[in-house]
Design a protein around this ligand. Structure first.
Ligand code: NAP
Length: 245
């Protein structure tokens, strides 16, 4: 590793938007670590990136398993001594959670939060000592306007017309809260923390129903992972600009 080289960790990056974020960061000369639950699929994804000349490797990281979070942090510490970018991308939208709140099973709700909320918190907390060693630490949390309380509570808004999917949508509301609170704690440091919506992207998460490609969806998260020093922190953004909380 050369002194000036940047290191990025992207969770849930064996496919979908996360894989494309890794590819686009890698194309900028950044060393990319793709966090994966399944090592074999992760190694295959890393090989695809390497075949494009990207310095990539797969690390076993299930965001619901603290031991894998700790081993990833140890590996990054021992190998690189720092982390420049953390993209909290891993996320789920369980099929059983796609019901009105009155029909939602508490276990489905809990499972969604384990990955989408506590996973983001646990990974962020574990990587923070490494990000503090960067001269420009960046944390990007994948969010969505479906998590906006302002939009959901406005009966005129497009989002209020959609099925009220409490588990997934409120998990993104909580991701937004995590963003605000960490950004606030880190305001006097070199670390910026933002919540970013990729847009509606065709991936397995929504049965390939989105209208953007993963390549298009990765663009804004990559912009926020590489923000200059005068860029924002503690915000919630989509392609058109700020999203109301
Ligand atoms: P996807 O194709 O289903 O990819 C999700 C990734 O997360 C997969 O790599 C998956 O790994 C991984 N993952 C799931 N649970 C995990 C865990 N416990 N630990 C580690 N990795 C885990 O979905 P996507 O659409 O690319 O979603 C990426 C992010 O964007 C999510 O946070 C999602 O909420 C957000 N987002 C997506 C859209 C959209 O329109 N697609 C819109 C707004 C926000 P496996 O392959 O092992 O399952």
């Amino acid at each position: 590793m050369l002194d000036f080289q940047k290191i990025a960790l992207i969770t849930g990056a064996n496919k979908g938007i996360g894989f494309e974020i890794a590819r686009q960061l890698g194309a900028k000369g950044i060393i990319v670590l793709i966090g994966v639950r399944d090592q074999a699929r992760g190694d295959e994804a890393a090989r695809r990136l390497q075949s494009e000349g990207i310095e990539a490797s797969a690390v076993h990281l299930d965001v619901t398993e603290q031991a894998t979070i700790d081993s990833t942090a140890r590996f990054i510490d021992e190998t690189y001594g720092k982390l420049d970018m953390l993209v909290n991308n891993a996320g789920i939208s369980l099929r059983e959670g796609r019901v009105p709140p009155s029909e939602l099973d508490v276990e489905v709700f809990r499972k969604t939060y384990e990955t989408n909320v506590f996973g983001v918190f646990a990974v962020t907390k574990a990587m923070l000592p490494l990000l503090r060693r960067s001269d420009a630490g960046r944390i990007v949390n994948l969010s969505s306007p479906v998590g906006s309380l302002s939009l959901n509570s406005d009966p005129q808004s497009f989002y209020a017309q959609m099925p009220p999917l409490l588990a997934y949508c409120s998990s993104k509301t909580a991701v937004n809260a995590i963003t605000v609170f960490f950004a606030s704690e880190l305001r006097q440091t070199n670390i910026k923390v933002n919540a970013v919506s990729p847009g509606y992207v065709a991936t397995d998460l929504n049965d390939q129903n989105g209208f953007l490609t993963p390549q298009q969806g990765a663009t804004l998260p990559v912009t926020f992972a590489t923000l200059p020093a005068d860029g924002p922190t503690g915000g919630f953004f989509e392609a058109d600009g700020g999203v109301p909380w």
